[in-house]
Design a protein around this ligand. Structure first.
Ligand SMILES: Nc1ncnc2c1ncn2[C@@H]1O[C@H](COP(=O)(O)OP(=O)(O)OP(=O)(O)O)[C@@H](O)[C@H]1O
Ligand SMILES: [Mg+2]
Length: 315
């Protein structure tokens, strides 16, 4: 608790290095494109309803280490882009040529897919979802609901396999990506289950290095995936109650209670909610990985700079 409190003014919000490759800023990550690698710095920024709200102590470290945990666990099955981890919240990746689609795997019908389905939209991914399904119901087998990767500011659109292999991605390559996505998801679901969690759905990105297909970006992090608490799933499903979603739901709830659900200016995060959110993220890390989170305390910005220099990068 004290450790978290002391970290409040030391979190990583903006991160700029003017002479270090070409910088691309996402909502949460700062990516530096070098010749054949990308240095990905995960900041402590938190976003909800597509707005950046502020920072949460240790969030960048937790996200980086969850991604690292999963990349390590799955690397013998699916090759990935990891080169090294120069800092607890930095990863260096082999630069790949990203496929222009995101491969989303879903074990349950919920979220945006549920919203589409329950308003009568079906078939947009090239196959029909059986009629009569209920919210949060499990599919017999996980399904693939790919989407286009929209340019900045635009929304990703659903796309069918047929359209993808008709000019967007070579069919053999896409088939490999589908196979990898399902393999990753199976490993993820199995592990999550042993930890008392459900990996509900997740998004993968793939890229080519030469003609080798690898998984890029991040995998199975709470920013790219939805996790539910396994305990009580059936009871909640049968009574039509919402499932217990880890992480994001807390912050969304907090915002909604203050009258914000996406429009206008979000309320300023209080120290109290920032500390609570860190506690939630640490719980998630510990439960998911089965390890005990070890916070890297102190000023994050200067630590990253120093660690990058130690790894031989000229900033
Ligand atoms: N190994 C890689 N090679 C090439 N591109 C990569 C690699 N890993 C990730 N990328 C790309 O880098 C970008 C990372 O961006 P980032 O996730 O920070 O922001 P974003 O996707 O634009 O927005 P958001 O913050 O909503 O996720 C993505 O476009 C991703 O496809
Ligand atoms: Mg992204």
């Amino acid at each position: 608790m004290n450790t978290i409190k002391q970290q409040l003014p030391l979190t990583l919000n903006e991160f700029k290095l003017d002479t270090f490759g070409e910088q691309y800023s996402g909502k949460v990550r700062e990516n530096f494109h070098l010749d054949d690698e990308i240095v990905m710095v995960t900041t402590d920024r938190i976003s909800a309803f597509d707005h950046i709200l502020g920072t949460i102590p240790f969030k960048g470290q937790i996200l980086t280490q969850i991604a690292g945990f999963w990349f390590d666990k799955t690397k013998d099955v699916v090759p990935n882009h990891i080169k090294s981890y120069p800092d607890p919240q930095v990863l260096v990746a082999h630069k790949a040529k990203p496929l222009p689609v995101e491969v989303i795997v879903r074990g349950y019908i919920t979220g945006s897919l549920w919203r589409e389905y329950s308003s009568g939209i079906n078939g947009q991914y090239g196959f029909m979802i059986p009629s009569g399904m209920k919210k949060n119901q499990k599919f017999d087998e996980p399904i693939l609901t790919p989407s286009t990767k929209a340019e900045y500011g635009l929304h990703d659109e659903p796309i069918s396999r047929e359209k993808i292999v008709d000019g967007l991605v070579d069919e053999k390559v896409y088939a490999q990506a589908e196979k990898y996505a399902l393999q990753l998801f199976e490993i993820g679901q199995k592990w999550a289950k042993e930890q008392g969690l459900i990996l509900v759905d997740t998004k993968y990105e793939f890229g080519l290095v030469g003609d080798k297909l690898i998984v890029i970006d991040e995998i199975h992090t709470p920013d790219s995936s939805r996790y539910w608490i396994a305990d009580g799933y059936d009871e909640r499903f049968n009574s039509g109650e919402e499932q217990n979603m880890l992480d994001k739901e807390n912050i969304r709830q907090w915002l909604i209670e203050r009258g914000f659900s996406g429009d206008g200016i979000p309320p300023e995060l209080t120290d109290e909610i920032r500390i609570t959110m860190t506690e939630r993220y640490i719980e998630l890390f510990n439960q998911l990985t089965g390890r005990t989170f070890e916070p890297a305390t102190g000023d994050v910005q200067s630590r990253i700079v120093s660690n990058l220099e130690k790894s031989g990068y000229q900033l």
